[in-house]
Design a protein around this ligand. Structure first.
Ligand code: NAG
Ligand code: NAG
Ligand code: NAG
Ligand code: NAG
Ligand code: NAG
Ligand code: NAG
Ligand code: NAG
Ligand code: NAG
Length: 760
């Protein structure tokens, strides 16, 4: 009924004004279709009720013929219907027209955040069947959250945080079976949290913090096993729904922490701080420790002991302000617990606490003992090795004679002094050869600050850092305390001495701030091959991103630095050195103290036999960095490297490991599928969404995402060159353009590369 009148008007318009439509067909912007009368009236009503002190809506002036041609600020249409209103940061006041909004029946996105709009959130939103995203945060909306939004079956994201909303959260919001992000934080909502919301089969992010919610937290959290919606006929993206972010902090919730929270096995952030929760922390929550990035139950009225794994990972700041809680720090030991059956007769609490303390001390002593023991053993091994090699060479084996080109120094001290002398004036790029001295091998130094002898190297204390197809990497501490990374190559798969040395000489000359420098190599008398590199204190990008301490987010600027540096290193490798990496993965991107990336393992394939290299390719494939065409091609090229670079950038954007597949899709496929579904904001790492909320990061994320998807295009010819990737990344520049520009969009609400609605 409601729509019949505008429809009639539209028909009239079409009948009476054919020249207008014909003219519109030649319009350069938009899709050439004049706005429907219903939508035009809707926009007029919205315009009427909004206050526009800065005149941003002045372009909404003519009879509406240009509304869909791109002339009206913030309006996007498809086939004469408005699909998006995007007017954040425009200083708009007034109210949002209930009637006007209800007439925009094809609206997909409503973005009016960061204005000063007051009055209620129109219930007519609930009658917009295509609505996907509603972004009203940072305004002055009051009244209740309209229950009608439960009728928006396409709704994915609803953010009305930081307004003045009151009343209860309507259980019907959980009717939206595609709703994945609900943020009602920083309002004055009251009453209990509806169990339906906790049990939602679609929500990934639920933020209800800073409200006046009371009553218990519903014990209704459950992973969804069934498809969240029959309407969502894309089998591929069902079944992944499960809260990853839950904040109920700073409300007046009481009662216990529900055990069903432990079912949320994908939960990364849980904040229940600042409530009146009582009872114990369920032991089952300890099971979530591995996936949780942040956890906070401070300032409640919790009691009992903290699950040890949570205590260990999150420590005191996550638990303070609960006077009856124990076991989360050294100063809050729990009284003797009844569980560990003591063999001694029962003792008073005080005595048992003393005993407990003593046993931890004992434990430290035991651990210290073990550590010292291991160190001594290591030292002995090292001495033994030195002794043996020395003995062998002094007995004049054939090995020493075989490498006859070298002058064999008579004593180690001489060799060391010689090397040290050379170290003071490093040659300009020329390799310096040191005879292996009394150990019978050959050490070749390249340009760099390191000065050590073969003896120093072989007698360094070393610990294993990792293993790969090519060999084992050690962190070695030289006599003077400096650290180097030593890669011991597998002898069987390296090329013969002559080829090896020729190739190593090439690699040793490569110097670039984003490429890990090869400082030296050592050839042992029995064919051992060691490569010496700079040691990178922050380890690999893989561990930096995925094996982090809790509450240590990696911000966007850092991720961008890493993406750019990696692209720069790869571009240099391709363009200036004509080297294909062939095994570019996040574990081959190492980080220095300032998080500058340095690509490692480049050119190593040149030192190896062909068989070894196909193994490496296979391994990279398993880790998700391998271009699809490599399964046939067998030989890496610049385009397959760019694919790997694209995967690394996606990894930085999503925080996901490429090794894990989601619903049988690899990371590039998964991202592409989500972008196609217009869920784009959902692919980004939640940590980045927080950055985005604070500034103009959103567009940078989108642009970077587009670029990365370009790099992982299944068709190699479409992928850009590494140099081009670098150029485009440099244009994106995090932090530029300030936050003031009214054209900036806010957090997490970006439609993907294709404008909303071109799939119709
Ligand atoms: C409407 O606004 C646009 C942009 O502000 C302006 O160029 C145009 O002249 C205006 N048209 C009328 C009829 O006022
Ligand atoms: C939500 O679902 C419930 C039960 O299915 C139904 O009674 C209610 O009318 C629905 N509300 C809305 C707004 O769709
Ligand atoms: C929810 O909104 C608040 C206020 O706008 C914001 O600070 C918070 O980061 C948002 N939560 C999530 C999970 O995005
Ligand atoms: C919060 O709710 C309680 C009742 O549940 C009420 O007494 C109190 O005034 C409310 N506080 C605010 C700030 O709305
Ligand atoms: C928690 O508090 C409620 C009232 O707020 C009380 O009825 C209940 O007994 C308390 N539970 C525990 C374990 O203290
Ligand atoms: C979770 O933790 C509880 C108690 O700590 C334990 O009994 C249970 O087996 C764990 N469940 C899983 C799936 O690990
Ligand atoms: C905390 O809980 C205890 C019992 O569980 C109760 O006696 C006490 O009053 C509560 N304190 C607060 C501040 O709610
Ligand atoms: C936990 O929450 C409290 C209160 O909201 C806050 O002061 C504290 O900084 C938080 N701790 C951590 C580790 O985030």
């Amino acid at each position: 009924m409601r729509r019949s009148r505008p429809l009639l008007l539209l028909l009239l318009l079409l009948l009476l004004a054919p020249p207008a439509t014909a003219k519109a067909a030649h319009r350069p912007a938009g899709d050439g279709v004049v706005i429907s009368q219903a939508d035009y009236q809707g926009l007029q009503a919205i315009r009427h009720d909004l206050a526009d002190p800065y005149g941003f809506l002045r372009s909404w002036n003519d009879s509406g013929l240009t509304a869909c041609s791109g002339a009206w600020a913030g309006i996007k249409c498809v086939l004469g219907s408005v699909v998006a209103i995007t007017l954040p940061w425009r200083g708009l006041g007034g109210t949002l027209s209930q009637r006007g909004l209800g007439q925009l029946t094809r609206l997909r996105r409503l973005s009016l955040h960061d204005n000063a709009i007051a009055g209620p959130i129109p219930a007519s939103l609930g009658f917009l069947p295509d609505l996907r995203g509603v972004y009203l945060f940072n305004n002055r909306f009051s009244g209740a959250v309209p229950a009608s939004i439960g009728g928006c079956l396409a709704l994915q994201s609803f953010d009305a945080s930081n307004n003045r909303l009151t009343g209860a959260i309507p259980p019907a919001v959980a009717n939206s079976t595609k709703l994945i992000r609900l943020n009602l934080s920083r309002n004055a909502l009251s009453d209990e949290i509806p169990a339906e919301v906790a049990a939602s089969a679609s929500l990934l992010v639920l933020d209800l913090s800073y409200n006046n919610l009371s009553g218990p937290i519903p014990d209704a959290f459950a992973p969804s096993t069934k498809s969240p919606s029959k309407l969502l006929n894309k089998e591929s993206i069902t079944g992944t729904y499960q809260l990853v972010f839950l904040s109920l902090a700073h409300n007046s919730l009481d009662g216990p922490i529900p055990e069903s929270l432990a079912k949320l096995t994908k939960l990364q952030d849980l904040d229940l701080s600042g409530n009146n929760l009582n009872g114990t922390i369920p032991a089952e929550l300890g099971n979530l420790t591995a996936t949780l990035h942040s956890f906070n139950v401070s300032y409640n009225n919790l009691s009992g002991s903290v699950p040890p794994s949570l205590a260990r990972k999150f420590g005191e700041p996550a638990f303070t302000g609960n006077i009856l809680l124990c076991g989360y720090s050294a100063s809050t030991p729990c009284p003797a617990s009844p569980s560990p059956a003591p063999s001694e007769p029962a003792s008073p609490a005080e005595e048992s606490r003393g005993r407990r303390k003593f046993s931890t001390k004992e434990l430290t002593l035991i651990i210290a003992g073990i550590v010292v023991g291991v160190l001594i053993l290591l030292l002995l091994c090292c001495l033994l090795l030195c002794f043996l090699t020395r003995k062998r060479s002094s007995s004049g084996t054939a090995a020493g004679a075989r490498s006859g080109k070298q002058q064999v120094a008579k004593d180690a001290a001489g060799a060391r002094a010689a090397a040290a002398g050379r170290g003071e004036k490093p040659g300009s790029g020329a390799a310096e050869v040191e005879s292996g001295g009394d150990v019978g091998g050959k050490l070749v130094h390249f340009d760099g600050p390191l000065a050590f002898t073969a003896d120093d190297l072989l007698c360094a204390t070393a610990e294993i850092m990792g293993k790969s197809t090519y060999g084992t990497v050690y962190k070695a501490t030289l006599e003077d305390g400096s650290l180097v990374a030593v890669k011991r190559l597998r002898e069987k798969i390296t090329k013969g001495h002559k080829d090896f040395e020729a190739e190593a000489a090439v690699l040793g000359r490569i110097r670039h701030p984003n490429l890990l420098a090869l400082r030296a190599y050592y050839l042992g008398p029995k064919g051992e091959k060691l490569l010496v590199f700079d040691y990178m204190p922050k380890g690999s990008l893989t561990s930096f991103l995925h094996a982090r301490a809790p509450n240590t987010p990696v911000d966007w600027a850092t991720r961008m630095t890493i993406a750019k540096g990696t692209a720069r290193g790869l571009a240099y490798l391709h363009d200036d050195m004509s080297i294909v990496h062939g095994n570019l993965t996040a574990s081959n991107v190492l980080l220095d103290e300032q998080c500058n990336p340095k690509i490692s393992d480049f050119g190593l394939s040149r030192l190896m036999t062909t068989a070894a290299n196909s193994n490496v390719l296979a391994a990279a494939g398993a880790l998700g960095y391998r271009a699809p065409e490599l399964s046939k091609l067998k030989k890496a090229n610049a385009k397959t490297d760019v694919y790997s670079l694209g995967v690394i950038i996606l990894e930085l954007l999503t925080g996901k490991t490429p090794a894990e597949s989601t619903n049988g899709m690899d990371l590039p496929q998964w991202v592409a599928s989500i972008v196609k579904e217009e869920w784009t904001s959902e692919v980004f790492d939640l940590e980045l969404m927080r950055d985005a909320a604070a500034g103009p990061v959103g567009d940078e994320l989108m642009d970077t995402l587009k670029l990365a998807l370009h790099c992982v295009d299944p068709a190699p010819s479409v992928r850009p060159e590494a140099r081009e990737v670098l150029r485009q990344l440099e244009q994106i520049r995090p932090g530029s353009d300030g936050g003031a520009g009214p054209s900036e969009e806010g957090a997490g609400e970006h439609v993907p590369a294709a404008p909303a609605g071109d799939d119709e």
